[in-house]
Design a protein around this ligand. Structure first.
Ligand SMILES: C[S@@+](CC[C@H](N)C(=O)[O-])C[C@H]1O[C@@H](n2cnc3c(N)ncnc32)[C@H](O)[C@@H]1O
Length: 304
């Protein structure tokens, strides 16, 4: 098994070892609290963010007309097909697929155990940090899914650790599917521009490119292990101008900014009241400006 994850140096700490996490995997009882540890992430981990990730899953399934783009539907249905969801968060993707495809197996990995403890029979969840290598043999999975991870890894880590490790775990002929959004928004209102600048500054301080999602295909290509890489892009509207989906995605967008309240306040040198005022302005402007984001999905087919 390859362990290629020496921790890379950066200005701000952005990842932890699973062993650092000061709680057991039986975390559901703590859902109501913000996790009380020296959180190295840009984003808080609390009930609001778990709710945001779950809602986002359903928004994406609607916008993309399905949970995945790889041609694996028949194989999942046939069974005996092994899926890894890397950085699974609250396990929404695995749970959704596990109920649709009861004869296949779904494994979720995250270094923060926010997945439920009561899980379907055809799923398995474990705590592991990809920076230390994931505890699976080479070629263990037929399909690997990795979504919303750009704010966690530098370009060096994407190229030298994340994509290499996921490629090691993928069977020849298997599919790797990566999905991520940009940390820039389109048709930005004045208040969103201020928030966006602060988010980008925080990412740069962590040595993370806010537009990293556009480059994931290049990282996959550089392994030389894939025979094809397809790139798909879709826009997500924020606000009721984008109907029900727009309303829901605006809700998740406000939750996102709530999750980065602390670093944004520090960067903008503002207090909670000023932050709340900015958020109210932002809410008031979003429909007028018809704000939206660009999202990228890469589907890569590993050579046999
Ligand atoms: C923004 S969440 C996305 C969760 C899920 N993929 C989804 O789409 O809802 C990213 C997840 O990746 C996990 N993660 C980040 N870095 C990781 C690492 N080095 N090893 C394992 N998991 C990691 C985080 O703990 C977090 O739960």
């Amino acid at each position: 098994m390859g362990h290629n994850g020496s921790k890379l140096k950066r200005g701000k700490r952005n990842s932890i070892s699973a062993a650092d996490a000061p709680y057991s995997t039986n975390i559901m009882s703590s859902y109501k609290e913000e996790y009380n540890f020296d959180n190295p992430y840009m984003m808080t981990i609390d009930e609001t963010q778990i709710d945001r990730m779950q809602t986002q899953h359903h928004i994406l399934r609607t916008i993309w007309d399905g949970n995945f783009s790889a041609p694996i539907d028949e194989k999942l249905r046939h069974g005996n097909f092994r899926v890894l969801d890397f950085g699974c968060g609250p396990a929404t993707f695995c749970f959704d697929l596990a109920s649709s495809f009861p004869s296949s197996t779904f494994v979720g990995v995250d270094f923060v155990p926010i997945f439920p403890t009561q899980v379907p029979r055809n799923t398995q969840f474990l705590v592991a940090n990809i920076m230390d290598g994931l505890p699976f043999e080479d070629a263990s999975f037929d399909y690997i899914h990795a979504r919303f991870l750009v704010m966690y890894f530098t370009q060096e880590e994407w190229e030298n650790v994340v994509i290499k490790e996921l490629t090691r775990l993928l069977k020849p002929g298997g599919y790797l599917e990566c999905y991520d959004s940009e940390f820039i928004w389109y048709n930005m209102s004045p208040s969103l521009e201020k928030l966006c600048n602060a988010v980008q500054k925080e990412l740069y301080a962590r040595n993370i490119d806010p537009l990293m999602s556009r480059k994931i295909g290049d990282f996959i290509r550089s392994t030389g292990k894939y025979e094809s890489i397809r790139h798909e892009q879709k826009n997500i509207p924020y606000g009721s101008w984008g109907d029900k989906i727009g309303e829901l995605s605006a809700q998740t967008f406000f939750q996102f900014f709530e999750g980065v309240r602390k670093p944004i306040k520090e960067i903008m040198n503002i207090n909670d009241q000023e932050f709340d005022k900015l958020m109210r302005e932002f809410e008031g402007e979003i429909n007028y400006y018809r704000t939206y984001s660009k999202n990228h999905r890469f589907v890569a087919h590993k050579r046999v």
